[in-house]
Write a protein that binds this ligand. Structure first.
Ligand SMILES: [Zn+2]
Ligand SMILES: [Zn+2]
Ligand SMILES: [Zn+2]
Length: 455
């Protein structure tokens, strides 16, 4: 059937309104899960039936539920919701005042940290570098092109023969371990900065963080993190550290930990010695304060929004349209070539799984246990809220606690996606309209933060 006919068929159907209502209730998901089945809602205490629901009462006899994919390229609508959750989680830890996290956390020493990878060879950059001369292949040693923003060559190796693709992959593969060692080192350096033993320091101050990974144009991750110092208290979840612990102490400790952290990576096939992996020399640790202020300090809200922006990033974002850049392809093939050479049970044994991620096997966002609320608790809260809304519709006078409600159902998977091309086109159009409406409303409330290029 032609797309126009398939659209027309849905538009003319008597169930169109009901169908569009269902599209909206998936949050305009692009690739929803199709389910068939039924469920009954009981009062758990009395056994009274509160509501009955079956997919056979829906248009086409199908119940749609959102895919929940966090990647914007797979489902812009679901990734938006995930991003919202991450935003709330990161925000709560930096600004408090929402979801059980007290506003007093804004008084704690807090720093916005950016950690980068070292150089693996000269790349095209937006800042032109004054370094003269050419390599043995006759290529310039530094970028002197004065690229405009959006130039597809930005981040590409200037000389692919000189660029250390193996070193790039080895570093990227170990980046999560480098981060883990950094957090351990940071506790040590903090104790030293405060003039305490590690044990004494651990009794009065705790390091909490939320971090996200972001791919740079050159195909290597860097990390953005909010690092906050808390005190130690058996009852209070977010206690303040002792007053003598300052933001300056935190910056001093971070600076020392960044320069001292290293991972001695296992020897690669054909190489004479293990690689000594470290952070790049470009790093940034800026104090976060309650409001935009003097001395280049950042506001809590701006930082949280900036960090949360990266929660939905994936490697797909790296590749401009048109089949991908040669530089990124070279990194992928370096991953595959190495994976073929290494012992599958050895330290690089998992490398073959990560060529799409250019060797990076970490999570895109992580946090320490007590940084803030968990994503799971936000999802739980949203589910409970939806259930309450549903109950309110069926039982207008009921104010029963959601704990008393028991849902018994029997459901089967019936496929993915909207049923026809026409349905998908209508759902996408509705999603775009909803997003436009949301962003218009949000525009005035957005915190502002100017992105700075590192690398
Ligand atoms: Zn979806
Ligand atoms: Zn250039
Ligand atoms: Zn060269």
């Amino acid at each position: 059937m032609r797309l126009a006919d398939s659209v027309a068929l849905r538009l003319r159907s008597t169930e169109y309104d009901r169908w569009m209502h269902n599209v909206a209730s998936t949050g305009y998901c692009h690739n929803p899960v199709r389910l068939v089945g039924e469920s009954t809602t009981f009062n758990g205490a009395t056994g009274e039936v509160l509501a009955e629901y079956a997919s056979r009462s829906e248009p086409d006899g199908i119940t749609f539920t959102r895919c929940g994919n966090r990647r914007a390229t797979r489902c812009p609508s679901c990734s938006h919701e995930y991003k919202g959750d991450t935003w709330h989680m990161i925000m709560a830890g930096a600004a408090g005042g929402i979801k059980d996290v007290p506003e007093t956390v804004t008084q704690h020493p807090m720093v916005f940290l950016t950690l980068t990878a070292p150089s693996f060879g000269a790349v095209h950059t937006s800042a032109s570098v004054r370094r003269r001369g050419t390599c043995e292949h006759g290529m310039p040693r530094a970028c002197q092109c004065a690229h405009e923003d959006g130039d597809p060559r930005l981040g590409d190796a200037i000389c692919a023969d000189c660029y250390d693709y193996v070193g790039h992959v080895a570093w990227q593969y170990h980046a999560p371990e480098l981060w883990r060692r950094f957090t351990i080192r940071l506790r040590r350096e903090l104790a030293r900065t405060l003039g305490l033993t590690q044990r004494a320091a651990a009794r009065m101050v705790r390091v909490q963080f939320a971090k996200v990974a972001e791919f740079q144009r050159r195909g290597v991750v860097h990390f953005h993190a909010i690092i906050r110092l808390d005190g130690v208290d058996p009852v209070d979840s977010y206690p303040a550290p002792p007053v003598f612990v300052t933001t300056d102490d935190l910056v001093t400790a971070i600076t020392a930990a960044v320069s001292k952290t290293r991972v001695l990576a296992a020897q690669l096939p054909g190489e004479k010695k293990p690689r000594d992996l470290r952070w790049g020399v470009q790093f940034e640790a800026r104090p976060i304060i309650r409001h935009d202020g003097l001395d280049g300090a950042l506001s809590d809200r701006a930082v949280a929004a900036y960090i949360a922006k990266y929660a939905t990033k994936a490697t797909e974002d790296l590749e401009p349209t048109g089949g991908g850049r040669d530089h990124i392809k070279r990194i992928k093939s370096a991953v595959r070539e190495l994976a073929d050479l290494v012992d599958p049970d050895g330290p690089y044994g998992l490398l073959h799984r990560w060529d799409r991620m250019l060797g990076f096997r970490g999570h895109f966002s992580t946090k320490s246990r007590r940084y803030s609320v968990t994503l799971g608790s936000l999802r739980g809260a949203r589910r409970a809220w939806r259930l309450r809304t549903l109950l309110k519709k069926t039982l207008p006078t009921d104010d029963m606690a959601t704990d008393d409600v028991l849902v018994i159902g029997s459901w089967a998977y019936a496929g993915m996606g909207w049923l026809t091309d026409g349905d998908r086109a209508l759902a996408t159009e509705a999603a775009n309209a909803a997003r436009e409406w949301r962003s218009e409303r949000a525009r005035d409330r957005q915190p502002r933060f100017t992105e700075r290029s590192t690398s």
